[in-house]
Design a protein around this ligand. Structure first.
Ligand code: PLP
Length: 377
C-alpha cells in the first residue's frame, strides 16, 4: 500500500538517533528486565497523566485482566461493557469466569451508552468497563454516577485514547483519559497512539491499596521474594519498550495534535456529504486523539469502496465488523441478533481511513478525492 493505515517507519525516523542510543545502552548494560528505563518511564508517565500510580505490564489485555484480578470478584459476578469494541475488553472478563454483560453504544460517539448501562445493572453487577473508543472519552461523569449509586468499580479501557483529556461537565475539572475511574488500562501495541516497538501495557490508579495489590499480581502474586500471597501472572514491560516509550511520551501531545488535525481535515472534506457521516467530536467534554478515523457510510457499497481505495494504494479497514455478542466464542443464550441495534448497524456501515502522525494534506487530499469519487458516482 502506498498509504498504509499507520506510518511507524516515518515516525521512527524523526526520533531515530535518540531511540537508537537508548536501545544500545540497554544492550550494552544487558538491563533487559526491570532496569532503570522502566522506572524512568513509569515516573514520567505518572507525571504526564497526573496520576499517583502507573503499573507497567506486558500488554493492554493483561492490564485489563490484572485490574479485574485486583477487585476480589467471584465467578458469576457481572461486568458491564460495550458490545462495540476490540475483543480484549470482554475476553478478560470471560477468562476470569466473570459474566460479561454487553450493552449498546451511542450512535454519534460509538461509545458505551450510559442509559443502557443503568438498565443493565443487577444485584450481581460489580464493575463497568467503558472503552474510550477510537480516541475520545466515554461519558465518564454519567458512568461514575451510576457506579456510585450501585457501588461499582469503573475500569477505563483507554488503549485507544491515551493522552485524551476529559472535562467533567459538572465540576469543570479536566483529567487524562484513564485517570477518571478507579483504574485505567492502556496498551502500547506499536500502532496505538503511544506505541512501543513490540508489546506493552500499563495500569493507572490513584488508589494506593489497589496499586499495591496490582504490583503484586503482575509479579506472580509475590509479596516477598518467593512468598506468594495471591495467584498472579507474569506481566512485565521490558526495558527496551520502556526506553522507546519514554522518548515517545515527550512527543505524545504533538502526536495527538497531528492526529486531530488529520481528523479535522477528513471531517471538513466529508462535511455535508449525504453518503458519509463523519465522526462526531464531543468537544464539550472530551478531546479526540483520533486513534482511528472511523466514519459511517450511508448506503454505500463498503466492500466496493475499500477495493476502489486499495486499487489506488490506499489502505482502509473495518473496526469492527462483528459485534461482540455475535462472535462465535461469545455466543450466549442471553443475546441474539437485533439486541444491540446501534452496534449492529455500525458494524455494517463503519469504515476507517489511514490516520497517523505522518499524514500530509497532500496525502489526505488524494485519499478524500478517491473516497468522494466512489461515493458520488
Ligand atoms: C489494543 C486494545 C486492547 C488490547 O491491547 P493489547 O496490548 O493488544 O493487548 C484492549 N482494548 C482495546 C480497546 C484495544 O484497542
Amino acid at each position: 500500500m502506498k498509504y498504509p493505515m499507520v506510518d511507524l517507519v516515518g515516525q521512527y525516523k524523526k526520533i531515530k538517533p535518540e531511540v537508537d542510543e537508548a536501545m544500545l545502552k540497554i544492550m550494552n548494560e544487558a538491563s533487559f528486565i526491570g532496569g532503570p528505563a522502566v522506572k524512568s518511564f513509569q515516573k514520567n508517565f505518572e507525571e504526564y497523566l497526573g496520576v499517583k500510580h502507573v503499573i507497567p505490564c506486558a500488554n493492554g489485555t493483561d492490564a485489563l485482566q490484572v485490574a479485574l484480578m485486583a477487585l476480589d470478584l467471584k465467578p458469576g459476578d457481572e461486568v458491564i461493557t460495550t458490545s462495540f469494541t476490540f475483543i480484549a475488553t470482554a475476553e478478560v472478563i470471560a477468562l476470569l469466569q466473570l459474566t460479561p454483560v454487553l450493552v449498546d453504544v451511542e450512535p454519534d460517539t460509538y461509545n458505551i451508552d450510559p442509559l443502557a448501562v443503568e438498565k443493565a445493572v443487577t444485584s450481581k453487577t460489580k464493575a463497568i468497563i467503558p472503552v474510550h473508543l477510537f480516541g475520545q472519552c466515554a461519558k465518564m461523569h454519567e458512568l461514575k454516577q451510576i457506579a456510585k449509586k450501585h457501588n461499582l468499580f469503573v475500569i477505563e479501557d483507554t488503549a485507544q485514547a491515551v493522552g485524551a483529556d476529559y472535562t467533567c461537565p459538572k465540576s469543570g475539572n479536566t483529567k487524562k483519559a484513564g485517570t477518571i475511574g478507579h483504574i485505567g488500562c492502556t496498551s502500547f501495541f506499536p500502532s496505538k497512539n503511544l506505541g512501543a516497538f513490540g508489546d506493552g501495557g500499563a495500569i493507572f490508579t490513584n488508589d494506593d491499596e489497589l496499586a499495591k495489590k496490582m504490583r503484586v499480581v503482575v509479579n506472580h502474586g509475590m509479596t516477598v521474594r518467593y512468598y506468594h500471597d495471591y495467584v498472579g501472572v507474569n506481566s512485565r514491560l521490558d526495558s527496551m519498550q520502556a526506553a522507546v516509550l519514554d522518548i515517545k511520551l515527550k512527543h505524545l501531545d504533538e502526536y495527538a495534535q497531528a492526529r486531530l488535525k488529520a481528523g479535522k481535515y477528513y471531517n471538513n472534506a466529508f462535511a455535508n456529504n449525504p453518503k458519509i457521516t463523519p465522526p462526531y467530536i464531543a468537544e464539550d467534554y472530551t478531546t479526540h486523539v483520533f486513534h482511528q478515523y472511523t466514519m459511517v457510510l450511508n448506503e454505500v457499497d463498503r466492500d466496493g469502496l475499500m477495493k476502489h481505495l486499495a486499487d489506488k494504494g490506499i489502505a482502509s479497514a473495518v473496526y469492527y465488523p462483528v459485534p461482540l455478542h455475535l462472535q462465535k466464542a461469545y455466543v450466549d443464550p442471553r443475546y441474539k441478533e437485533g439486541d444491540f441495534p446501534v452496534t449492529e448497524q455500525l458494524s455494517k456501515t463503519v469504515m476507517s481511513l489511514p490516520i497517523h502522525t505522518e499524514l500530509t494534506e497532500e496525502i489526505q487530499k488524494e485519499i478524500t478525492d478517491a473516497v468522494l469519487e466512489f461515493v458520488n458516482k
